[in-house]
Design a protein around this ligand. Structure first.
Ligand SMILES: Cc1ncc(COP(=O)(O)O)c(C=O)c1O
Length: 452
């Protein structure tokens, strides 16, 4: 039964069902639920990647695709970046995992420490989700409390507490008292997970203050991403940040700054830009140079919670492949080539993109905007002022138009994430930015939001 359903879908979304990508998709649906390993990369039968070089992917049907998703914001230097390839080749010949520490893990931790006091010490793991989970456990260990607070709609990985209210919608996002409700993301969420996760509004300092005054003494941690993609890719306001910062100081709550995506914004990451003094910083994506990685960083007195010397640590943080030398050398080479000038150049390209798209949408008379800082961007199809999760939450007509634009861009050889956000990479030049802006404006105009 699957085959006929999927061959129809494959035919419509890939253009024809005789392509190698269509065949791969049909094959995958037999052995993988949903025919895709990642929900986030699901946007209908996709092209299958064969190789990548710089900012271009070649799919199995030999189509060239400009990669503006960069494996969900992780590939800062695009694909097959020569220094990373060389370092990996060399490490591969020496061995990939030892069950003993390596000097390269020290070098990567030192590289991070050199970027600021909030990154003084680091423990590595294999993904951003793991990093967030460990930072929360660390906060619990330091405070002997277990509840946490997170911001509505914000994504911090696939960990049950952190998925609460990830996708709350207008029909369930307020509780009876007008506070953001704790809404389970999927079925089967333990009730305790909901009561132990307090939800904060991304763009309402007053309400944040009231919630934190009430709940603060019971909280181990507040986690925030100050430039959250799912909250519109809008910077969190200084007011909200200060409310959180004050509550953390007042009530002894650990402040976790999740920089899994936004670390790329400056050489020292995002927290100095937003005047945040975090107890823990969670990192992943770019710091692994294209290989799986995660990290919890923080000042020595916070990170000591993971110190296992002398017996059982206060909080355990381990993993078979944690700090594996392949991820370490890839991350090292990536960061060596991502500092000062490179970051400034990439951020300038981001500004160019946002200006070109804004001007183009205005000239085309389209209700829409492009948000983002540095090398990050996200398209919105509304004239609502985007300030956070609720204002960026697309209504069904906007969601349908975004899906159409994503599909049209892909058919035109440009890959965005499914919600039409993306990230630039250092191999890009003004030529690719201009192409991206031109196609994004053209397809946005061609795929209007249909009145309900
Ligand atoms: C802000 C943020 N935190 C955590 C994560 C989870 O990282 P990973 O996918 O490596 O588990 C993500 C993933 O996109 C993220 O955007």
């Amino acid at each position: 039964m699957n085959s006929s359903v999927h061959s129809k879908a494959g035919a419509s979304l890939l253009g024809h069902n005789s392509s190698r990508s269509s065949a791969a998709f049909l094959r995958e649906t037999e052995v993988v639920p949903g025919g895709s390993m990642r929900q986030a990369s699901w946007f209908g039968p996709p092209p299958y990647a064969a190789s990548g070089s710089g900012c271009w992917i070649v799919d199995v049907d030999q189509r060239k695709i400009l990669d503006c998703a960069n494996n969900f914001f992780s590939l800062i230097h695009g694909h097959a970046f020569a220094p990373v390839v060389e370092a990996l080749g060399e490490m591969l010949r020496r061995g990939t995992a030892f069950g003993l520490p390596t000097e390269v893990e020290i070098e990567l931790a030192e590289t991070l420490a050199a970027r600021g006091p909030a990154l003084e010490q680091t423990r590595f793991c294999n993904s951003g989700s793991e990093a967030v989970m460990h930072a929360i456990k660390g906060a619990r260990g330091l405070t002997d409390r277990h509840r946490i607070a997170k911001f509505e709609g914000c994504y911090h990985g696939s960990y049950d507490y952190i998925e609460v209210s990830l996708e709350s919608s207008p029909d369930n996002w307020d509780d009876a008292d007008g506070n953001p409700a704790s809404v389970g993301y999927t079925r089967g969420v333990a009730p305790a997970v909901l009561t132990d996760t307090v939800i904060l509004p991304y763009d309402n300092a007053e309400l944040c203050e009231a919630i934190l005054r009430r709940e603060g003494p019971t909280l181990a941690a507040v986690i925030l991403d100050p430039h959250a993609s799912r909250a519109g890719m809008m910077p969190m306001s200084d007011d909200v940040i200060q409310v959180v910062q004050r509550a953390c100081h007042r009530d002894g709550i650990m402040l976790i700054c999740d920089e899994v995506i936004c670390f790329r914004l400056s050489p020292r990451g995002a927290h100095p830009i937003f005047n945040i003094e975090p107890d823990f910083v969670t990192l992943a994506k770019t710091i692994g140079g294209g290989l799986p990685v995660g990290a919890v960083s923080g000042p020595r007195d916070r990170m000591s919670v993971f110190d296992h010397t002398g017996g059982k640590p206060r909080v355990a943080m381990g993993g078979t492949f944690s700090a594996n030398p392949m991820s370490m050398v890839a991350g090292l080479e990536t960061l060596r080539h991502y500092d000062g000038d490179q970051i400034e150049r990439l951020n300038r390209l981001g500004e160019r993109l946002r200006k070109l798209v804004s001007d183009g949408l205005a000239a085309g008379g389209v209700a829409g905007s492009i948000t983002g800082m540095g090398s990050l961007f996200r398209l919105h199809l509304t004239d609502r002022k985007i300030t956070g999760y609720r204002s960026s939450y697309p209504n069904p007509a906007e969601a349908a138009a975004l899906k159409a634009i994503h599909g049209a861009m892909l058919a035109d050889g440009i890959l965005l994430t499914p919600n039409c956000s993306g990230a630039l990479s250092t191999p890009m030049t003004e030529a690719e930015i201009d192409l991206l802006a031109d196609r994004l404006v053209a397809h946005t105009i061609a795929c209007p939001v249909q009145p309900a």
